[in-house]
Design a binder for this molecule. Structure first.
Ligand SMILES: [Zn+2]
Length: 314
């Protein structure tokens, strides 16, 4: 009996230890930051209560707390940890070899990427939305974590990794269904990957990539691509105009977890500043919009919102 008890104890120890490691690795994508103070919370409360139609702009910094690394964070972002860079739109279109490599990596990364769940910031925004305090949420993320949290008015500025589109006709398929097609076309391939990137990309050996089979559009044989705005491509004009109109009709702009390095998001800060809207930014580290912000909190979004709502979120 005694040895059995000891055995159970060591198992328990192992379990709790591996669970801790899991949480540590999930949190490791958030860069170093200072703890939130009561002054931060008070200032954010004032911002939220003094504006009735707030437009929220979110970036990769809010998904890091769900376990998806961003591109640019100091020390922990993808660019700091790897020399490989995301595919450029023109390369994807022009090169069948690069396209094959892209889809092979995306295929392997998909089960992990699609299993990632929202965190406290996503749930806080759902609550603010249900209280009619937000005009809309504009996200630069393609991970659909706002939708998974139950948010309704979400504009996906850079598209979604959950849709696959044809570049030549209007064919569109859900990414989960496309995974089934890829499974059927690649029956001998089984690699389990635990690493993940902001767009679902992973690293793979070359021979794996060479064997990988990618289908063309079933309607017109055109090129299939995730419905994501790749680097080197532009956000569709009508989507930009739609968000510009949201900025126009909102009282304030709240930026969460974005360095605003990419112009596609930065332009809305410039617009809001010109229209003299109230601007607040919560982001670890400097952003391009800091000089326009009435409130800048250099802290982790999840800590701000968990303090604001004191565990009332689900
Ligand atoms: Zn097509």
């Amino acid at each position: 009996m005694q040895s059995h008890g000891l055995h159970c104890k060591s198992l328990l120890f192992l379990n709790s230890s591996s669970r801790n490691n899991f949480f540590l690795s999930s949190l490791s994508f958030a860069p170093k930051h200072k703890p939130v103070t009561s002054e931060d919370i008070t200032l954010m409360k004032i911002f939220l209560s003094s504006n009735s139609k707030i437009l929220v702009l979110t970036g990769a910094g809010i998904s890091t707390e769900s376990g998806i690394p961003d591109y640019r964070s100091e020390g922990v972002g993808l660019y700091a940890q790897s020399t490989s860079r995301p595919i450029q739109f023109q390369d994807f279109v022009k090169s069948p070899r690069l396209r094959k490599r892209y889809w092979a990596r995306n295929y392997v990364g998909w089960p992990r990427f699609s299993s990632i769940v929202p965190n406290v910031t996503h749930f806080a925004l759902r609550r603010l939305e249900s209280e009619m305090r937000l005009s809309s949420i504009v996200t630069q993320n393609v991970d659909e974590l706002h939708r998974k949290a139950g948010c309704k008015n979400v504009v996906e500025l850079h598209g979604s990794a959950y849709r696959v589109i044809c570049l030549h006709c209007r064919y569109e398929v859900h990414r989960h269904l496309f995974q089934e097609t890829l499974n059927k076309l690649n029956p001998s391939i089984s690699i389990v990957s635990q690493s993940v990137r902001p767009d679902g990309d992973v690293d793979l050996p070359q021979d794996f990539v060479e064997q990988f089979v990618v289908p063309n559009c079933p309607d017109c044989s055109g090129i299939l691509k995730p419905d994501i705005v790749f680097f080197g491509d532009n956000v569709p004009r009508e989507r930009v105009d739609f968000v510009k109109n949201l900025v126009n009709t909102s009282d304030a702009l709240l930026v969460l977890g974005s360095s605003l390095f990419v112009f596609s998001g930065y332009r809305f800060i410039l617009q809001a500043a010109e229209l003299e809207k109230q601007i607040a930014i919560v982001n670890i580290g400097e952003t391009r919009g800091d000089k326009h912000a009435h409130l800048k909190i250099d802290k982790k979004c999840g800590e701000i919102f968990s303090n604001l709502f004191e565990n009332e979120l689900t």
